[in-house]
Design a protein around this ligand. Structure first.
Ligand SMILES: Nc1ncnc2c1ncn2[C@@H]1O[C@H](COP(=O)(O)OP(=O)(O)OP(=O)(O)O)[C@@H](O)[C@H]1O
Length: 247
């Protein structure tokens, strides 16, 4: 591995001739927190789908940790270390946050146990630590269905982290959240970025300003430009295709 956790080389995805991604060249370093923005239909969701193997590139290739993921199933790619957070939380509403996290830790038990010799008390410490990270220690034992939308998002991010992925893909985590909840998610992602590689797709520019170091702008299935949030916001091409219509 050349220090790149993710690379796409000339990736094109055609749906019946329509190119949702066009010769997309993208890469990010291990340990990076990257934000991808772009107007509606730019190809952001397709980009995540092609990384996770849900969609196959029509042309080009995707490398995860230097390995070509072609011919691998979605499940196999997930097991290589890619975790995806969808827009709507996928948590067990009848279970408590504690139980939700415990189940996720258990699912990974074989891997973790081999590595760390996970004992029940260590597992409790892991769950307690995760609850603290996502700011839900005080709500550990109420049904997850009673959590606010923002708290559910945080719980799902915690469940993702419990799977110990090398790369976290996070799709529009603050859609529909209040300003305070949005800020909390931002702080959580910044904290997680200290020990994870994270790729965030986002529309909310206030949120992007809070978390972004390097931003990639997608437009019509290709990278339009990359840079700091200031560079991107001042780029006339970006103003024309994206920011002009949103701010
Ligand atoms: N399965 C499919 N079949 C045909 N066209 C598709 C399919 N999936 C996506 N597209 C088209 O590809 C383009 C890119 O879609 P995509 O969902 O990746 O964009 P996006 O940037 O995520 O948009 P949004 O911000 O609106 O979610 C769109 O024009 C969409 O209609």
């Amino acid at each position: 591995m050349n220090g790149k956790i993710l690379e796409t080389e000339n990736v094109t995805v055609s749906f019946d001739g329509f190119k949702a991604l066009r010769n997309l060249n993208f890469n990010m370093d291990a340990g990076e927190l990257r934000v991808v923005i772009g107007p509606n239909g730019a190809g952001k969701t397709t980009f995540l789908d092609v990384i996770t193997g849900k969609v196959q590139p029509t042309e080009g290739r995707v490398l995860f940790k230097g390995r070509n993921t072609k011919r691998l199933s979605e499940h196999q790619i997930a097991r290589l270390g890619i975790g995806r957070k969808f827009q709507t939380p996928r948590i067990y509403l009848n279970l408590t946050p504690w139980e939700n996290l415990e189940i996720t830790c258990n699912r990974n038990k074989n891997v973790l146990a081999t590595l760390f010799g996970n004992s029940p008390s260590e597992e409790r410490r892991t769950v307690a630590g995760l609850l603290e990270t996502i700011g839900l220690s005080a709500k550990a034992d109420i049904k997850a269905g009673l959590l606010s939308h923002g708290e559910k998002q945080r719980l799902e991010i915690g469940m993702l982290v419990a799977q110990s992925p090398d790369l976290l893909l996070v799709d529009e985590p603050v859609a529909g959240l209040t300003d305070e909840e949005t800020y909390n998610i931002g702080e959580l992602l910044l904290a997680l970025a200290q020990s994870h590689s994270i790729l965030v797709i986002e529309h909310d520019m206030e949120f992007v300003r809070q978390i972004a170091r390097k931003v990639t702008v997608l437009h019509e299935g290709s990278v339009l430009c990359e840079g700091t949030i200031e560079e991107v916001q001042n780029d006339p091409r970006v103003i024309e295709v994206y920011l002009g219509s949103h701010e």
